[in-house]
Design a protein around this ligand. Structure first.
Ligand code: ADP
Ligand code: MG
Ligand code: MG
Length: 898
């Protein structure tokens, strides 16, 4: 029979799948001997069973009451006992942290009787009524579905009435009155009464936490973070400890290092005389953790000690929640903490220096996505001018957008492509859609551990919080800066999350320190830590990776940049850009040519231009392979637009003029070449087979460029790549042509020129006949963009806007297959082609040149599939290097202990 409940002492950190992150880490802390209030965990399995059937799984309640008895014996009190009630918290906690996205209910066990008992034993009536009103408020909204705003409105009203600046200034009688009000609200709203039975409270709270797994904001958060929907949440049931027992009590959150920069040293916020939920909610302003050293030196010292223990034990940055009850410290939560990209790199490097982790573990703990974030531009310090206001630098980066004052407006504007900054006093989980839509989040209240800060950091979104100098008026949809400037909704502002400043208007951007380092190899003093850490991670990745990294580049400038970024060659040099601009005329002539002579003349004019293009790129990549793809797109892409031409001709006729003969000729060519599905039409290798002289011209240009570079003392390594091959015979025909032309070039130039000839694998038929194709190909390069289109049978341009969001919503794909390779379908074709291609030709060189070459998850797949290289845009080259290194570590199983 399934077992649904575990005591803290029976669990551990390796049980996160079953006990959730929170539950398993509480168990781990218990085992480490840290002061954790006793409790137990109901498993995610129970939640899954509940969500599947809508009823409690068989036996669960019995197990709960057994474990409860154990806790009651240990505490010497019973749940809800009249004269001295044991109170419980019922907490959500899934495998992956979803901060604030699900429900937690505190102070379970209070009722009209036990509140009096609690008042007596604690010696504080105010405390007892405060706890009771908190329970009713949380239970009412979470379990009974009452709009939480109704409770908030009545406490706000009461504070106004009493002239109380915050809830601490309400006294016992006020709070007792509030309890009555709250109970009435519940009755009015639901027709039901707040349950007086502690056992019923517990049972309903547990089920409500299960249910909160499927709450709207939890679902949205999971989609955004790619957390599977079927994991379920565990429920932690734990004895309450009280931070709201007076000034010698309080609650706080803390990090073992600064989660924004990675700097070592305790870091956090503390709120005297409060329960934990007040800290994150930003209801009152917290004090920095350092202040606790003054308020309660004893607890502070113990906290420091426990945090050192945790960091050494987890060998990573930990964050914690703690409560001090009348001078006694309790640990309520820990986990390996979320951090910014900058902090991730800095911490990984420092922990390795401290000997806590190995260099390989250090590499495993950073990510290509993080590196990409550090490569984003920053504001130009010389151009910022005076800030409107300062706040806390909660999540770094530079963002420019129109100020908006609520989530819905952010979503509305972002949907039509506007960049927005979400401005709030503080954010709540309900603001999640707006935070996702915005470029940055700006709040006037809350510390670096407030909801806005934690969630923004998790998303890698720019955030400045606690900008108290700003007065934010949500109703009037504006904020006022200290100098009197009023910023209305829609006004563009710039937010610098790295220093914590807000500027009027758009501030120009410059390269980040990491980017400057990658471009030049030089860092600068201010960001030396992050730059140094990035340099070390990349160096480590380069030592361990097996995949080579090349770049997709079509110009000498891109090739040179890619090389600075560490590219080991060009995996895709497209030639179509070389047919645009001024050269379009020549391409037109080639297409319209009525005679062989006319066509040859056009091709001959294109030849020297192409040769120059190739020569420049080969020079920039001297000594490294450059894979040049023969012309791929349909020819009509080089002709004028059909409708435009028709209109021009019609207009001329309407004026009574004779339309230009050239226009008429063009239109008839355009009509002749019109295709219903150009993606599946006359393109790729098919062009080479039907347009006489085209392949020969391109190959001659490549051959002559190679000869020229060789004569100039270089080592050009051009490779010729044939696109869109579906059958080996297509490739054979082109290959013979290539050999013939290169033979002529060699003879004419006196330089022996030979280039490897290979093909793209971008049609399912090519993948499925790879054994035959490999007989004619010296290399394969997966064109995963087209291969994705042709495998799924949809054209990216047509479908992405049309139905991808519905597919993502309905969970058909967890992520777009154009972003991350679809392993099951497209990946399967890749595996077949690799295996069968190598069976024919064991030394077949295999790479990938679609956009997936720079996507971290896909890079891991290509490594596992045994490819030789990935090729991606120059800016993704460092990302691919890093991820190729991490992929190699996965193979040798350097366990990242998280
Ligand atoms: P979240 O996952 O949203 O952080 P938690 O389960 O951690 O939710 O609980 C919310 C708040 O309640 C936290 O601030 C926590 O410190 C506080 N809390 C939870 N359990 C207890 C307890 N047993 N005693 C006192 N405070 C608690
Ligand atoms: Mg928590
Ligand atoms: Mg293609």
């Amino acid at each position: 029979m399934a077992r649904y409940v575990y005591d803290f002492a029976q669990g551990g950190r390796d049980m996160a799948g079953l006990l959730g992150g929170k539950g398993s880490n509480l168990a781990e802390m218990t085992r480490l001997g840290l002061p954790v209030p006793p409790g137990f965990v109901i498993t995610t399995e129970a939640c899954r069973a509940f969500l599947a059937t809508g009823g409690e799984p068989e036996g669960m309640l019995r197990e709960v009451s057994e474990h409860l008895s154990t806790v009651e014996v240990a505490a010497g009190r019973r749940l809800g006992q009249r004269d001295d009630p044991l109170l419980l918290s019922v907490r959500s906690g899934a495998r992956f942290s979803m901060p604030g996205m699900m429900e937690t209910i505190l102070d379970i066990g209070l009722n009209d009787d036990s509140v009096l008992g609690l008042a007596k034993v604690s010696g504080s009536e105010r405390f007892a009524w405060d706890s009771y009103r908190r329970l009713i408020q949380m239970f009412g909204s979470t379990v009974m579905g009452v709009d939480p705003a109704l409770f908030e409105r009545s406490i706000a009203l009461l504070k106004d009435l009493r002239g109380a600046p915050d809830d601490v200034h309400l006294d016992a009688a006020d709070l007792a009155q509030l309890v009555e009000t709250y109970k009435n609200i519940i009755h009015l709203e639901t027709g039901d009464h707040f349950p007086q039975s502690p056992a019923e409270q517990l049972r309903r709270a547990v089920l409500a936490v299960f249910q909160s797994w499927n709450g709207e904001r939890a679902r949205l958060y999971r989609r955004r973070e790619h957390i599977p929907d079927d994991l379920g949440t565990a429920v932690t049931v734990q004895c309450m400890v009280f931070g709201n027992l007076g000034p010698d009590s309080g609650s706080g959150v803390a990090f073992t290092r600064d989660p924004a920069t990675g700097r070592p040293g305790l870091y956090g916020d503390y709120l005297p005389n409060a329960q934990g939920e007040d800290v994150v909610a930003g209801i009152r302003n917290t004090v920095p953790l350092a202040e606790l050293e003054r308020l309660d030196p004893h607890s502070y010292a113990r906290l420091c000690e426990h945090m050192r223990t945790l960091e050494r034990h987890y060998r990573d940055l930990c964050d914690i929640e703690f409560t001090i009850e009348r001078g006694r410290l309790w640990m309520l939560q820990t986990r390996v903490g979320k951090r910014t990209a900058e902090a991730a790199f800095a911490i990984a490097a420092e922990l390795a220096d401290e000997g806590l982790i190995t260099p390989d573990e250090s590499l495993a703990r950073v990510s290509g996505e993080g590196l990409a974030r550090l490569m984003f531009p920053r504001f130009d310090a010389a151009a910022t001018g005076d800030p409107l206001a300062h706040g806390l630098p909660a999540s770094p980066g530079a963002a420019v957008g129109a100020a908006v004052f609520d989530s819905a407006e952010a979503v509305r504007r972002a949907a039509v492509g506007e960049n927005v900054v979400l401005v709030r006093q503080e954010t709540t989980p309900d603001d999640l859609p707006g935070m996702i839509a915005a470029q940055a989040v700006l709040t006037s209240r809350g510390g670096k551990t407030s909801h806005a800060a934690v969630v923004a950091r998790g998303m890698g979104k720019v955030c400045v919080c606690g900008a108290e100098e700003l007065s934010v008026d949500i109703e009037a949809r504006c904020f006022t800066a200290p100098d009197g400037t009023v910023v209305e909704e829609g006004t563009v502002i710039s937010v610098d999350g790295s220093v914590g400043a807000v500027y009027p208007g758009p501030v120009p951007l410059v390269d980040s320190a990491v980017m400057r380092f990658l471009e030049s190899g030089a860092g600068d003093a201010g960001s030396a830590r992050a730059v140094d850490a990035v340099a070390r991670a990349l160096a480590r990745a380069d030592t361990v990776r097996r995949l080579e990294v090349r770049a997709n580049a079509d110009t000498p400038e891109d090739a040179a940049r890619a090389r600075r970024f560490g590219a080991q060659g060009i995996g895709l040099c497209r030639t179509e850009h070389m047919f645009l601009g001024e050269r379009r005329k020549l391409v037109e002539e080639m297409i319209l040519a009525g005679t062989d002579g006319a066509r040859d003349r056009a091709l001959a004019a294109l030849l020297p231009l192409q040769r120059e293009d190739f020569s420049g790129i080969l020079e920039a990549m001297d000594g490294l392979p450059v894979t040049i793809r023969l012309l791929d797109p349909p020819l009509h892409e080089f002709l004028p637009d059909r409708t435009e031409l028709a209109v021009r001709i019609a207009a001329a006729e309407a004026r009574g003029d004779l339309p230009a003969a050239h226009d008429i000729e063009l239109l008839s060519a355009v009509n002749r070449m019109h295709e219903e599905n150009p993606m599946l039409g006359l393109r790729g290798v098919r062009l080479g087979l039907v347009v006489p002289g085209l392949v020969a011209m391109q190959v001659r240009a490549i051959g002559e460029a190679v000869a020229e570079r060789t004569r100039a003392g270089g080592s050009p390594r051009a490779e010729i790549m044939v696109p869109l091959v579906g059958d080996v015979r297509e490739l054979r025909i082109v290959r013979e042509e290539v050999e013939r032309v290169l033979g002529e070039v060699s003879a004419a130039s006196g330089v022996p020129v030979s280039c490897p000839v290979g093909t793209m694998i971008e049609l399912p038929r090519a993948a499925l006949t790879a054994d035959r194709i490999a007989a004619e190909a010296e290399f394969f390069s997966f064109g995963t963009n087209d291969l994705t289109q042709t495998t799924w049978g949809f054209s990216r341009d047509d479908v992405e806007a049309e139905f991808f969001s519905a597919y993502l919503d309905k969970g058909v794909f967890p992520v777009s297959p154009f972003e991350t390779l679809d392993r099951d379908g497209v990946g399967r074709l890749v595996e077949i082609a690799v295996a069968e291609g190598r069976a024919t030709r064991p030394d077949l060189k295999i790479g990938v040149c679609g956009e997936h070459g720079g996507d971290p998850d896909s890079v891991h797949f290509f490594h596992a599939a045994g490819l030789d290289y990935v090729s991606c845009s120059p800016f993704r080259v460092p990302v691919a290097r890093l991820e190729a290194g991490r992929a190699a570590l996965e193979e040798t199983d350097v366990s990242d202990s998280r």
